[in-house]
Design a protein around this ligand. Structure first.
Ligand SMILES: [Zn+2]
Ligand SMILES: [Zn+2]
Length: 117
């Protein structure tokens, strides 16, 4: 088993869903990121303005709730549960999920931990 110390891979470079699903999801989204979370780069508030093919934006199709480890949790969710994501929003949400998961794990394992100082 290698890769224990490898940096977290946030998302696969290729579309996460299959090609057909990807096209359906991205097409339904109007080729625009569907993230509506409170990200600073959503200039007008509300939905992200990243459009596929502009300024190097490549949208991916991912689940509504990105998990902390997409490579493990992405077992082809049904297309209706997929949304168009730009990498920026996606990575941000994956990182947030990973942070939350680590925090939960830390709190859970608190009694077993060696104090840091
Ligand atoms: Zn976005
Ligand atoms: Zn966003």
């Amino acid at each position: 088993m290698t890769g224990q110390t490898a940096p977290l891979v946030l998302a696969a470079p290729a579309p996460l869903a299959g090609r057909v699903e990807w096209e359906a999801v991205i097409g339904a989204a109007g080729e625009r990121c569907q993230c509506e979370r409170a990200h600073a780069w959503h200039k007008k508030g509300g939905r992200c303005e990243a459009v596929h093919g502009t300024a190097g934006v490549r949208l991916l199709a991912g689940p509504v709730e990105p998990g902390p480890d997409p490579s493990r949790t992405l077992i082809s969710p049904p297309p209706e549960e997929l949304r168009a994501w730009c990498r920026r929003c996606w990575d941000h949400e994956v990182r947030a999920a990973a942070r939350a998961a680590r925090k939960a794990a830390r709190e859970h394992a608190h009694d077993d931990m060696t104090p840091l100082f």
